[in-house]
Design a protein around this ligand. Sequence first.
Ligand SMILES: Nc1nc2c(ncn2[C@@H]2O[C@H](COP(=O)(O)OP(=O)(O)OP(=O)(O)O)[C@@H](O)[C@H]2O)c(=O)[nH]1
Ligand SMILES: [Mg+2]
Length: 694
Amino acid sequence: MAIEVGKIRNVGVVGHGGVGKTSLVEAMLHTAGALNRLGKVDDGTTTTDFDPDEIKRKITINTAVAYCDWQGHRVNLVDTPGYGDFIADARAGLRVVEAALVVVDAVAGVQVQTEKVWKFASEFELPRAVVVNRLERERADFFRTLESLTRRLKGRIVPLQIPVGEEQAFKGFVNLVTMKATTFADGKATEGPIPADLADRAKEYREKLIEAAAETDDELLTKYLEEGSLGEAEMLTALRAGIAQGKVIPVLCAAATKSVGAAALLDLMVHEFPSPLDRGPVAGTDLKTKQAGTRAPDAKAPVSALVFKTLSDPHVGKLSLFRVFSGTLRADSTLGNPMRGAKERMGHISWMQGKAVKNVEALGPGEIGVVAKLKETQTGDTLSDEAQPFDLPRITFPEAAISFALQPKTRGDEDKISTALARIAEEDPTVHYHFDPETKQLLVAGVGSLHVEMVVERMKRKYNVDVSLLPPRIPYKETVKGRAEGQGKYKKQTGGRGQYGDTWLRVEPLQRGGGFEFVDDVFGGAIPRNFIPSVEKGVRQCLKKGIFAGYPIVDLKVTLYDGSYHDVDSSDMAFQIAASMGLQKIFLEAHPILLEPIMNVEVTGPQESTGDVIGDLNSRRGRIVGMEPTGETALVRASVPMAEMLTYESTLRSMTGGRGTYSMEFSHYEEVPAFLAEKVVKEIKAEKEKAEKH
Ligand SMILES: Nc1nc2c(ncn2[C@@H]2O[C@H](COP(=O)(O)OP(=O)(O)OP(=O)(O)O)[C@@H](O)[C@H]2O)c(=O)[nH]1
Ligand SMILES: [Mg+2]
């Protein structure tokens, strides 16, 4: 039978790349007895990193789910990727949980993706806890990490534990509520009194914890201020409520590969984190009434479930991971996917232990499961009772930031390539592809270069097509800086019925990000009403193809202010052509420019290489926007044109002796300086000529 909803805990494990999320999930599963053997990321044997790409690279690429039972509760752990290119999966994962476990590294502290996942958790109003992991490593420092947490992240962050011992001598932690120490030796935990040398520090941090608990409630705070302390029971109640509501964010200690901290984390999840019942009904759209509606986490309510991840299994085919928000989802039932106007058969439904599945008869509200072979459903879709169609808010994914041309290694493979890409894009909503008729190239776009490389590897491994990647193409855009107006006229008289369209258009720039605006300003029927949409259509076709250099046109206002027509010869097509001819001429008279994507770049490297890093970024037309020392390393933030960042990886490596890392994401578009624009336009022309010769 389905699991009781009040006994479910769904927790998203999130954080920067390589901080130990997967290892920690493994440790919790093992500690709870769900696994006989503790797997290791380095051996490719963990439960949640099971994809061959993950095993090969030793990083998480896909969100995976595993479960264990702890003190009569079902804990579903959603292990998410931390690498920047795949972070969209972490956001999708957080949509289906009631709380987040944010893992940070005890050496590096808060990192770029930590801030990112923190924002996701805030966006979904999730209570959370922070785990400082890898505490037994050299240069690990709990208190320095704590300082970076409180400085860089929003929220009332306060330790619930402090470590016993440092670096190699790290032994365990003091629980600041019970004021007992738990230490580990040979994998065994022992509870005992606080070591004498830690007594003062433990008292000091317990006081901070009480203060944070008191602050969650005005009455309690007054009492605390008047009496100078709180009773144990009072403090615990306030603390629990504070954590469940996200008002207090506790910090805990861990060394995942040694299973240190796993049991305490499970305790926290069971006692402090909310159940789906505590979170209450979800909001969405009732498609019957077309009004905002809600669905309660009630087994008897109509079914609603959100598909948050799609995978393809070589044997089973398409797998859809979903979370039930309301009702009881039964095996062998049929549900509707109203957004795609489809019916889907839910054959076998199962719990997941990484790639292993356990078939169940029904999944109740709050449960997470998987189903194979849905026909039309994609990531982000809602499945619901056919008679009670409902739509949960969609999961939005980031726009592609980088695009490469693909070249088949074997001639004649084009069809196979398109099929493979279609499948991959269905699994991964951050992959986009299209054929560019101008250059006759197939373009693949993704979040970053590693992401696109992985797509190529998957094509080879799963679909047996070999392609190489040509250098990335920068997604430039076109717009104008000035205004111009003039006529576009198309007239043809070839016996019989002719063609006649005549338009007068004006173009002017919109602000950055303004998109496209078409204004109909024709007076006195100079052009009949039914041909106005034809003019707009003709204009829009030019926008897609570009005029100046063959890139899409944006931030443009086009006004149709006059024209003329012919009773017999005017047609939809004639007005489309006239408008397109007119726009192509006027656009070039309105001071056309190219826009280029600007990236937000963050570089972390050793202090001593900061000067070189900054000098190099400057030489890449970068603007330094901030600098922060973080211990022995320094963080540099800059905004840099994407075109200048294509070769950054190897330069950074040699500048920092391999110790530097960077991440970047799309920020906005800016004008390309004239001298460079000229070069780009020349290159694109040459490319087109080459394609035409073929
Ligand atoms: N010394 C030490 N190493 C750890 C600990 N936890 C994880 N590691 C190691 O750190 C590396 C990364 O661990 P993962 O568990 O893959 O980290 P992750 O956060 O899941 O990484 P991504 O999912 O790729 O973001 C592996 O080599 C682990 O063995 C720890 O507590 N101590
Ligand atoms: Mg991982």
